[in-house]
Design a protein around this ligand. Structure first.
Ligand code: NAP
Length: 301
C-alpha cells in the first residue's frame, strides 16, 4: 500500500510528489499520457519565478526528474475510478488497481477547442489558449479573442494593454461574463466587438495570417491578424471521479485553497479544482498544499 497516490503528472501532481517524498511518504504517480501536462505545449514560459525564459518541455523534464530523483514512482496508466473505504483508498486504472492512504487528484483541465482544421498545428504559431502566457508576444500587433465568458473578457482587457488592436468575437450578442468587464472593454478604443459570429477558418503561411468569421446570416468576412486567443471554456478532467467527489456546476472539484475535497484523505490540486487563477505557479502551489494536507491526514490515522 502506498502512502499517497497522485493522479496526474502535470505541474501540480509533480510538485505534490516532490513535497510528499520530502516528507518521506511513499508515492505513486499515475499518468494517462506523458508527464508535464498542458505546459509542454507552451513554447516559452516567461512568468514562472527563477527563469526569464524556459520552454514548457524543459520545465516539465526538470520537474519530472526532480520528483523521480526524490523517489516518486511513476506508472503510465489512466485512472478510471477511486474507491473509498475510509482509511484505505483504491485507485483503479485501465490495467490495474493500487491502494493507498491518501489520493491527490491533479488531472488538470483541457482547453475547449474551436475544432477547426489547422487549429492544433498553429498552436505556438499564432493560436493560443492563454493570454497571460502568450500575450507579451503580440505587443503592438493585431489579435482576436474568441468567447463570451469571463476568461475571454479578461483576456481581451489584458491584451488591450499590449496589442494595437483586439477583436473580441462572440457567437451571441450578450456576454456570459461580468458586465463590469464588458463596460471596461467598451472604454478601450483599440477593442472592436464582433457579435453573433464564429470563427470558421484559419489561414496560415507557416504562422496564422488571417481568420474567416461567419455571422449569423452566413456572411463571411476576413480579418488579418497576428494572433488568435481561443477562450471558449475549459473541460476539467474529473468525470471519472464524479461518483465520489463533489464537483461544481462547471465540473471542477469543489475544493478551496486548502485543496480538501468532500472525501477525507482525497485532495484536488491544480487546474481541475475550482479557482480563479489557473497558472503554472498556482498549479505548483496547489501541489505543495495538497501534499502537505495529505501528510497531515496520514499522521492523523
Ligand atoms: P465559460 O464561462 O464557459 O464561457 C465560455 C464562452 O465561450 C461562452 O461565452 C460560450 O458562448 C463560448 N463558447 C463555447 N463554445 C464555443 C464555441 N465552440 N465557439 C464559440 N464560442 C464558444 O468559460 P470561461 O470564460 O473560461 O470561464 C469558466 C469559469 O471560470 C466561469 O465560471 C467564469 O466565470 C470563471 N472565471 C472567473 C474569472 C474571475 O472571477 N475573475 C475569470 C475567468 C473565468 P455562450 O455564452 O454562447 O455559451
Amino acid at each position: 500500500m502506498y502512502d499517497i497516490i497522485i493522479i496526474g503528472a502535470g505541474p501540480a501532481g509533480l510538485t505534490a510528489a516532490i513535497y510528499a517524498r520530502r516528507a518521506s511518504k511513499s508515492v505513486l504517480v499515475l499518468e494517462a499520457l506523458s508527464y508535464g501536462g498542458q505546459i509542454i505545449n507552451t513554447p516559452d514560459i516567461e512568468n514562472y519565478p527563477v527563469a526569464a525564459h524556459i520552454s514548457g518541455f524543459e520545465f516539465a523534464n526538470k520537474v519530472y526528474e526532480q520528483a523521480q530523483a526524490l523517489g516518486a514512482e511513476f506508472v503510465f496508466e489512466k485512472a478510471v475510478e477511486i474507491l473509498d473505504s475510509g482509511t484505505e483508498k483504491t485507485v483503479v486504472t485501465t490495467d490495474n488497481s493500487y491502494t493507498c492512504k491518501a489520493v491527490i487528484i491533479a488531472t488538470g483541465s483541457e482547453n475547449r477547442k474551436l475544432g477547426l482544421p489547422e487549429e492544433e498545428a498553429l498552436v505556438g504559431r499564432g493560436v493560443s489558449y492563454c493570454a497571460t502566457c502568450d500575450g507579451a508576444f503580440y505587443r503592438n500587433k493585431t489579435v482576436a479573442v474568441v468567447g463570451g465568458g469571463n476568461t475571454a473578457l479578461e483576456d481581451a482587457l489584458y491584451l488591450a494593454d499590449l496589442a494595437e488592436t483586439v477583436y473580441l468575437i462572440h457567437r451571441r450578442d450578450a456576454f456570459r461574463g461580468d458586465e463590469a468587464t464588458v463596460n471596461a472593454l467598451k472604454q478601450r478604443e483599440n477593442v472592436k466587438f464582433i457579435y453573433n459570429s464564429t470563427v470558421t477558418k484559419l489561414n496560415a503561411d507557416k504562422r496564422l495570417t488571417s481568420i474567416e468569421v461567419t455571422d449569423k446570416n452566413g456572411e463571411v468576412s476576413t480579418i488579418e491578424l497576428n494572433g488568435l486567443f481561443v477562450a471558449v471554456g475549459r473541460i476539467p478532467e474529473n468525470q471519472n471521479f464524479a461518483k465520489l467527489i463533489k464537483l461544481d456546476e462547471a465540473g471542477y472539484v469543489s475544493a478551496g485553497e486548502d485543496c480538501i475535497t468532500n472525501v477525507p484523505g482525497i485532495y484536488a490540486a491544480g487546474d481541475n479544482r475550482t479557482k480563479n487563477v489557473r497558472q503554472l505557479v498556482t498549479a505548483a502551489a496547489d501541489g505543495a498544499v495538497a501534499a502537505t494536507e495529505a501528510v497531515k491526514y496520514i499522521a492523523s490515522l
